[in-house]
Design a protein around this ligand. Structure first.
Ligand code: LLP
Length: 429
């Protein structure tokens, strides 16, 4: 059940009217439901409970400290991809033994700080990276736990920018090469490396269970062959990618996925890691924006809002669909207090103030008649919303607000113009 619902003609986040928050913090702003986030985590944890998985939330989806803390407090670990995310993870109090570190371009400094922090493991994407980790571990006289990220060459049916498990992608080591490496003489040169397991991530926004099952089936024979040669694999990290509803997709159902994966994983005798980002946060956040102007031309009707592509880039970058609802639907005369659902709909392009034609949230979207001053909510933006925001057009980042039941808290303040120039210097050359 969505935690964003119309109650008596007003959009609520849990039990708080969205309009009330807008009056307090101004617009635009990101708004998250803590209950929605926790419900998703619980659904995943309980579906896989029989095999005690480690759920490492993918920080890149939404790295706000309050969000990280919400998840970490409930047993989640974190999936990080940079020194910056390691810093966030530690600030949020995540036990290092629940941190996994992925990414194709880890720098020596990042490797060192992760080793010093004693994270659970590095998800290693190439042999040169493995050599770099060995070097840094040798310098620190430490063990380096790793999972090899393998590329299972599985094509998940999703946007081509976010498929990652096919042979043309830059990610991971081809399956056959990983096995050869581990069994070869040169594996012995990695004195400091502890092989914990394998990692894979086949893509993002996958709503079918089949690609996950196919990936495990592709890697299972290798795990068994290695066991036969005395190489024990304890962990299998299946990455993230669990899909949600943006439009009308049936979201990935964790119980069905668990029903298919648990028997195979038990047979393989491996512990499971997942790295969900979108699944935990996507539907738990909205972007609230105010209409500045309604502009009608001979061919189009534009609702020009005060949020832009710098706040939410998914429509511009991926052509992503996000639902849009009025915070308070215009009610037909005499219907105050009843739903405005019956009101006649018109087609709008919902666009931002940024100087680019790509700055839109929706095109030709049917919405009730809109007017300047109305609030709109852009839905399903809890993941890859704020984290991909920029300062383009010198627009300060919006605040983030977290709601739980009747209570709300600002978890990031609105930036001021001074924040835009922090760190800049005018030289005397
Ligand atoms: N693990 C790895 C290794 C990943 O590369 C990713 C996402 C995840 C986990 C989390 O994936 P999720 O569960 O959230 O699908 N900006 C794009 C998504 C890029 C995802 C990159 N990797 C978007 O807005 O759709």
């Amino acid at each position: 059940m969505s935690m964003f619902r119309q109650v008596r003609g007003q959009l609520h986040a849990e039990q708080v009217p969205v309009e009330k928050i807008a009056r307090k913090v101004g617009t635009p702003f990101y708004l998250y439901s803590q209950t929605a986030i926790v419900n998703q985590l619980t659904a995943l944890q309980s579906a896989f409970a029989p095999i005690r998985p480690l759920i490492c939330y993918s920080v890149k989806a939404n790295g706000n400290l309050a969000i990280l803390k919400t998840l970490v407090r409930r047993g989640a670990g974190l999936d990080i991809v940079s020194g910056g995310e390691l810093f966030r993870a530690r600030r949020a109090g995540c036990p290092p033994q629940r941190i996994v570190f992925a990414g194709v371009g880890k720098s020596p400094e990042e490797i060192r700080s992760a080793l010093k922090a004693r994270i659970f493991c590095f998800n290693v994407e190439s042999i040169p990276e493995l050599e770099a980790i060995e070097r840094e571990a040798e310098r620190l006289k430490q063990r380096a736990p790793v999972a090899l990220r393998v590329n299972p060459n599985i094509k998940a049916d999703t946007h081509h920018y976010i498929t990652t498990g096919t042979a043309e992608n830059k990610f991971g080591i081809p399956l056959a090469d990983a096995e050869k490496l581990i069994l070869s003489g040169s594996w012995g040169q990695f004195h400091r490396i502890d092989l914990k397991g394998f990692h894979l991530h086949i893509g993002s926004q996958i709503t079918q269970t089949a690609p996950f099952v196919a990936a495990v089936e592709r890697i299972a024979p290798m795990i068994e062959r290695l066991r036969g040669r005395g190489v024990l694999i304890d962990w299998l990290n299946l990455g993230g990618g669990l899909g949600i509803t943006y439009q009308s997709e049936a979201p990935l159902n964790p119980r069905i996925l668990a029903g298919k994966l648990i028997p195979v994983l038990k047979r393989l005798n491996v512990r499971l890691i997942f790295e969900p980002g979108r699944f935990l946060l996507g539907n738990a956040g909205i972007l609230v924006t105010r209409i500045l102007y309604v502009k009608e031309t001979r061919t189009k009707r534009f609702a020009i809002v005060d949020a832009g592509m710098n706040d939410l880039i998914r429509p511009a970058l991926y052509g992503a669909h996000h639902g849009i609802v009025p915070v308070r639907p215009a009610l037909p005369a005499g219907q105050a207090g009843k739903s405005g659902a019956g009101a006649r709909k018109l087609r709008y392009d919902v666009v931002g103030p940024v100087c680019e034609s790509g700055d839109f949230f929706a095109k030709d979207r049917r919405l009730p008649k809109l007017a300047a001053g109305d609030l709109l909510a852009v839905l399903s933006v809890g993941a890859y919303g704020f984290t991909m925001a920029s300062h383009y057009n010198a627009r300060p980042n919006p605040p983030e607000v977290l709601v739980k039941g009747k209570r709300m808290a600002v978890i990031r303040k609105r930036e001021r113009p001074a924040d835009l120039i922090r760190g800049e210097q005018i030289p005397r050359l």
